[in-house]
Write a protein that binds this ligand. Structure first.
Ligand code: GSH
Length: 210
């Protein structure tokens, strides 16, 4: 029988989210290197699974296929760990988690991508300081929103580790790795340290940013 398969290179933040959850839940899977230098996102077979030609794509052992990393997180949690506090059935608790996950996709992702592509992956002589400074300023503001939330509770959406920590936790490692000015945000830092105490995070997410 086919094993649950995750398509996507290991250094993609959106792929990391899925690996992180699969490992936390102890679910069996195989991961295929797709995207970035590995390519193969523009083949007819891949586009039939994921018309965006992006990673990650999840293929379940029953043939069910899903793209969009946060949708994959929710599906895996609901399908395999419905009682988990990571995405609880209580509607308000769930909506609170969903809100932070949507914020990650719609708001935090864009400036963090600018820093990755225009700072980390661009040689110094080709960097545009205006673009980099604007993205860093946006991220500083988003980090201060997180820092305030984390001054009240140990995890993003409350007292429990949830999917909101996974969606945003892949970014906080990069934030502390980028060569940009960072204000003192002790609650954000303490949360990052809390994530670093999880072996799965250290092994799969807190890897060199390149
Ligand atoms: N919103 C999508 C974004 C997917 C996305 O943009 N993935 C990036 C990697 S993080 C990608 O596929 N880049 C092209 C590539 O790796 O070839 C999701 O969360 O799954």
């Amino acid at each position: 029988m086919m094993m649950r398969r995750l398509c996507g290179r290991a250094n993609s933040s959106n792929v990391m989210k899925i690996v992180w959850l699969l490992e936390e839940l102890g679910l069996p899977y195989e991961r295929l290197d797709v995207g970035g230098p590995f390519g193969n996102t523009d083949t007819p077979e891949y586009l039939a699974m994921n018309p965006n030609g992006k990673v990650p794509t999840l293929e379940q052992d029953d043939g069910f296929i899903l793209w969009e990393s946060n949708a994959i997180l929710r599906f895996l949690c609901a399908a395999t760990a419905p009682d988990s506090p990571m995405w609880p059935s209580d509607l308000k608790a769930r909506a609170n988690i969903d809100r932070w996950m949507d914020w990650q996709q719609t708001t935090v992702d864009a400036p963090q991508r600018v820093l990755l592509l225009r700072l980390v992956r661009t040689p110094p002589e080709k960097r545009d300081p205006k673009v980099i400074d604007a993205a860093a300023a946006e991220l500083r503001r988003f980090c201060s929103i997180l820092d305030r939330a984390l001054s009240r509770t140990p995890y993003v959406a409350g007292n429990d580790f949830t999917l909101a920590d996974i969606a945003l936790g892949v970014h906080v490692h990069r934030w502390f790795a980028y060569p940009v000015d960072r204000p003192d945000q002790p609650h954000l830092r303490a949360w990052y340290d809390r994530l670093l105490s999880r072996p799965v995070y250290r092994h799969h997410v807190a890897i060199p940013v390149a």
